[in-house]
Design a protein around this ligand. Structure first.
Ligand SMILES: Cc1cc2nc3c(=O)[nH]c(=O)nc-3n(C[C@H](O)[C@H](O)[C@H](O)COP(=O)(O)OP(=O)(O)OC[C@H]3O[C@@H](n4cnc5c(N)ncnc54)[C@H](O)[C@@H]3O)c2cc1C
Length: 469
């Protein structure tokens, strides 16, 4: 791809990738200050994961999705009123350190350039393989939630939810409100909260309103009479051509539940694909077990012209994502001498106060839903790389033969070379290496990410168009 790099035109002051709460608040703030901003997102409309389809959603769905979802309306409205360039349906597949960005839209690829890049690509559901996870009828709870947002699509038949984290419970509540039959909720979270979450409880009580939301969700689940098991392990989806039942162990008691659909969710982790491709420095979060790009309070990464905003730099939720987007905008505006540093710091102090309040319960929630590395102790027949059909047995054999780096395993067996480019198996392989070799995960390392980040035909690359102004 080197020959695609030497174009000197700087098209925009700032390019923001991702039109979720972080990206749209950052882009709108920069545009208000008078900078030339372009924002790209692969989705058809602004809003990101949480506010997906907020402009077109029906009143009936709006009622189900609740106040937290409605909060996206003014944010998106402000974005629509801003003077910026918005490319929807634009899937970014390569970003260069010199500010050049390649994206595909409607079957054509284009190149733009910007002095600053803000990567606000959000989070993704944590991939956790288990036997039967590739069967039709097994899908992410976040994906099912997106179907509600995109058109009020509700599952037919009986649903089982499994995994861990507040979004699993939120999805259960949405399904209850849509009169969907729920067979059971199987949580891997321990029944008794761990010490670390209890230590953080006093701080969390500062946001009693947020904790109350969790209690209300649990109350709705109990009132609906749904069987809710905690501390489950050995999750297995069973069926011939599609999922027919779910098996799990609760202590020594086997649970076997018939189902038409299994929705799984094991929390969310930052989507680091672009940061990895840019070779930004990363750090490891021990509590939530994920990599995140190292950055300062403004979101500036180890590359001076590349900023990270929102859940992509650390999972803190939608309200914090929007605030972090504003902080990034202040830093870039000051760098570009559009505002004075005094003004930047004054506005920053106010945003940081709001951020501090918003983050008060975060350590409690993160510790309560901290994933155990034991999640990755799967039976040997479990498929790990679903694109290339590589099993746990094959990965373990490669490790025993001396491949203790995810990239060596990739070279030997091809996991991470399929259509998802390692999005689903990359973090899992690092966890398996770390467990099997008893090495810290930081030593086990992670898959190198190479462009193109998304699947595009070679013909598109050959016919690339440079977008200049
Ligand atoms: C599937 C899913 C569903 C969720 N649902 C909820 C919910 O209902 N309630 C809740 O409180 N939290 C939810 N979350 C958590 C929520 O995503 C965040 O707290 C919040 O949306 C973070 O905002 P953000 O701006 O950082 O990222 P996001 O809102 O995730 O926005 C990132 C944007 O970047 C775009 N993008 C990513 N990669 C590329 C690329 N290569 N090219 C172009 N565009 C790209 C995406 O299309 C997306 O629009 C969900 C998370 C996930 C993964």
């Amino acid at each position: 791809m080197k020959e695609l790099m030497n174009v000197s035109t700087i098209g925009f002051d700032v390019a923001v990738i991702g039109a979720g709460p972080a990206g749209i608040s950052c882009a709108a703030s920069l545009a208000d200050i008078g900078l030339e901003v372009v924002i790209l997102d692969e989705q058809a409309n602004p809003g990101g994961q949480i506010y997906k389809n907020i402009e077109k959603v029906s009143d009936a769905c709006l009622k189900i999705l609740g106040e937290d979802y409605k909060a996206g309306k003014p944010l998106v409205q402000r974005f629509r009123n801003s003077k910026l360039t918005y490319f929807s349906g634009a899937c970014v597949w390569q970003v260069n350190t010199d500010g050049h960005i390649f994206y595909s839209k409607e079957g054509n690829s284009h190149e733009i350039a910007a002095r600053y890049i803000v990567v606000a690509t959000g989070a993704m559901e944590r991939p956790v393989p288990f036997p039967g996870w590739t069967l039709p009828g097994v899908m992410g709870a976040g994906g099912a939630n997106n179907l509600i947002k995109n058109g009020g699509v509700k599952p037919s038949g009986r649903v089982v939810l499994a995994g861990s984290g507040p979004l699993l419970l939120l999805e259960a509540v949405h399904l209850i409100e849509m009169d969907v039959e729920i067979g059971a909720i199987l949580e891997t979270t321990p029944a008794v909260p761990n010490l670390s979450s209890l230590v953080n409880l006093p701080k969390a009580l500062k946001r009693i309103d947020l904790l109350k939301k969790g209690i209300v969700m649990l109350h709705k689940i109990r009132k609906a009479g749904i069987k809710h098991y905690k501390g489950i392990r050995n999750l297995t989806a069973k069926g011939n051509d599609r999922v027919e039942s779910v098996h799990a162990m609760k202590a020594d008691i086997p649970l076997d539940i018939d189902t038409d659909l299994l929705l799984v969710h094991f929390g969310v982790i930052p989507n680091t694909a672009i940061f990895r491709q840019l070779e930004c420095r990363h750090q490891w979060n021990d509590v939530q077990r994920y990599w995140f790009p190292q950055c300062d309070k403004w979101g500036r990464t180890s590359l001076d012209n590349v900023f990270a905003a929102g859940d992509g730099c650390f999972v803190h939720g939608a309200v914090s994502a929007a605030l972090k987007g504003e902080l990034t905008a202040l830093a870039i505006a000051a760098d570009m001498k559009m505002i004075h540093e005094h003004e930047r710091d004054k506005q920053c102090a106010e945003i940081e106060m709001r951020l501090k309040l918003e983050l008060a319960p975060r350590q409690f929630i993160d510790a309560m839903y901290s994933p155990s590395q034991a999640l990755y102790k799967m039976p040997t027949e479990t498929t790990i790389c679903r694109c290339e059909c590589i099993t746990m047995a094959e990965i373990l054999e490669a490790i025993d033969e001396g491949c203790v780096d995810p990239n060596e395993i990739k070279a030997l067996l091809r996991p991470g070379m399929g259509p998802c480019q390692g999005k689903m198996c990359g973090s899992v392989i690092s966890e398996i290496i770390s467990m099997h070799t008893r090495k810290d995960i930081r030593e086990a390392g992670s898959l190198n990410i190479r462009p193109p980040l998304k699947n595009i035909p070679l013909s598109e690359i050959a016919e690339i168009e440079l977008l200049t102004k």
